[in-house]
Ligand binder design. Structure first.
Ligand SMILES: C[S@@+](CC[C@H](N)C(=O)[O-])C[C@H]1O[C@@H](n2cnc3c(N)ncnc32)[C@H](O)[C@@H]1O
Length: 223
C-alpha cells in the first residue's frame, strides 16, 4: 500500500507529461491491474496485457475503467493496427529472457507513434553484473536483475535511448514500528512521509546504492 502510493506519487511528480489525455498506452505485464486503472484515468485508452489469464481476469474485476482493452497473452498476438503513444512495463522485463525481450520490442517498434516514449519500472542489479534473484535470495522467484547497461544493450537495437531514471520510492526506515501502531496514525504519517520523500527524490545516482539491487523507473525515448 505504501509502496504503491509512493511510486504513483513519484511518477506523477517526476513525469507528469508521460501520460496525457490524448494517448493510447500499451501496458505489458499488467498483473492484477495495479497500474492499469491509474493509466486509464490519465489516458484516452489503455491496452493492458498479461501472460497469465488469471491475472487478467482479476484485473478486469478490480479495475472498472471502460477505456481498457484487456488481453491474456503476449504482445505478438495484439492487433498490429494499434499505434501506441506510450509503452509502460512495470516489474515485467525481469521475468523475460533476452530473446523474449527482443521479440517483444521488434513487435512494439511497428506499432508505435513517432514520438512514443517507453517507461519501465525495473529492479536493477547494483553489482557489476546482473544476477538471478534465486542465486542470492532464498525464495524461488525466477527474476533476473539486470544492470542498467544490460537493459540499454537489450533496448538499443530497437532505437530506445535511456534518457532519464529515478528511484521508485524511498522505503520508510521504521516499517517494523509502523506495523505496531494504529492504522489511522500510520496513514497520516504515510501522507506526510510521501510529501517529504517525493520532494527529495531526483535523478538517481546509481553509484550511491547500498544494496545489491534497486527499484527504478527508466524513461526511454526513440533515437
Ligand atoms: C511482478 S508482476 C508486475 C505486475 C504489475 N505490472 C505491477 O507492477 O504490480 C509481473 C507480471 O508480468 C507478467 N509477465 C511475465 N512475462 C510476461 C510476458 N512475456 N508477457 C506479458 N506478461 C508477462 C506476469 O504474468 C506478471 O503478472
Amino acid at each position: 500500500m505504501y509502496r504503491d502510493l509512493a511510486e504513483k506519487r513519484v511518477f506523477d511528480d517526476q513525469l507528469p507529461e508521460f501520460f496525457q489525455p490524448h494517448m493510447t498506452v500499451l501496458e505489458v505485464g499488467c498483473g492484477s491491474g495495479r497500474w492499469t486503472g491509474w493509466l486509464a484515468e490519465r489516458c484516452k485508452h489503455v491496452v493492458a496485457l498479461d501472460l497469465s489469464p488469471e491475472m487478467v481476469a482479476l484485473a478486469q474485476e478490480t479495475v472498472p475503467n471502460e477505456n481498457i482493452t484487456w488481453h491474456a497473452g503476449t504482445v505478438l498476438e495484439l492487433d498490429p493496427d494499434w499505434s501506441f503513444d506510450s509503452v509502460y512495463l512495470s516489474g515485467c522485463l525481469q521475468y523475460m529472457s533476452a530473446e523474449l525481450i527482443s521479440e517483444m520490442f521488434s513487435w512494439i517498434k511497428t506499432s508505435i507513434s513517432t514520438d512514443c516514449q517507453l517507461v519501465t519500472r525495473d529492479t536493477v542489479s547494483m553489482l557489476n553484473t546482473g544476477f538471478h534473484r534465486n542465486e542470492r535470495y532464498s525464495n524461488n522467484d525466477p527474476a533476473i536483475y539486470r544492470t542498467v547497461e544490460e537493459y540499454q544493450d537489450l533496448l538499443r537495437p530497437y532505437q530506445w535511448d535511456l534518457s532519464q531514471s529515478w528511484q521508485t520510492y524511498l522505503p520508510p526506515r521504521l516499517g517494523w514500528l509502523m506495523r505496531t501502531l494504529p492504522s489511522a496514525w500510520v496513514r497520516n504519517w504515510e501522507q506526510r512521509e510521501l510529501n517529504t520523500v517525493t520532494s527529495r527524490i531526483r535523478q538517481v545516482n546509481f553509484s550511491q546504492g547500498n544494496g545489491d539491487k534497486k527499484h527504478c523507473f527508466f524513461l526511454y525515448r526513440q533515437e
